[in-house]
Every structure is written in C-alpha cells, then in structure tokens.
Design a protein. Sequence first.
Length: 115
Amino acid sequence: MRSAEVNQLRKRLLVLKYQLHERHGAVCSENERHLADEGGVPADRDFRGYEQDVTVAKAERDLMEEVTEALGRIQRGAFGKCEDCKKDIAHERLEALPYARYCAVCARRRSWGSL
Ligand SMILES: [Zn+2]
C-alpha cells in the first residue's frame, strides 16, 4: 500500500478514536449523573436504559481498542496485512473498515465477527 493511502487511513483512525473518546466520555458522565440522581443505584424504571448505556459503552471501548491496535500496526509497518494469511487486505475493505485485522476471506472464515 502506498504511504499516502496509509496516511489517509491513519487520519481516519485518529478521527474515529477522537470521536469514540468524546462519545465514551459523554456516556460515562450521563451514567454518573444518573447514579448521582438516584442516590448511587439506578432505579428499576431506568435500569434498562442504564444497561443499554453500559452495553454501548463496552462496544465502543472494544472498537476503540481495535482502532488503537490499528494505529499500532501502522507504527510497526504491519498495517494492511491480514494477521492470518499475511496477504494484503484489499484497499476497499480498509476504506470501509480501517481497523480490519483480517482480509475478507479470513474474516468470513472466523465465526466471531466481521473484523
Ligand atoms: Zn487473510
């Protein structure tokens, strides 16, 4: 992959990381406000919403880890290679998923997800 392309994807990853950080911070402070309002424990009527917040926060933390990993791969010069078969990941795939670890073939073979 050309370094200009890597640079562009790196920028997108940095923006994504920043956005996740901002959102994650917002979810935390919303929960904190909630907990403060309810005297430490979320009330039953709000518990579903609270749980959803936590699930969203976890998914975003996971994504943030993937983004951080991808930035690390760029630094190590390992970016854009499938971690499984070591082949180049298609550029269109990286455009759609800049933090992809695997090529489309290997990702499909893995049952646990689309990364
Ligand atoms: Zn592969």
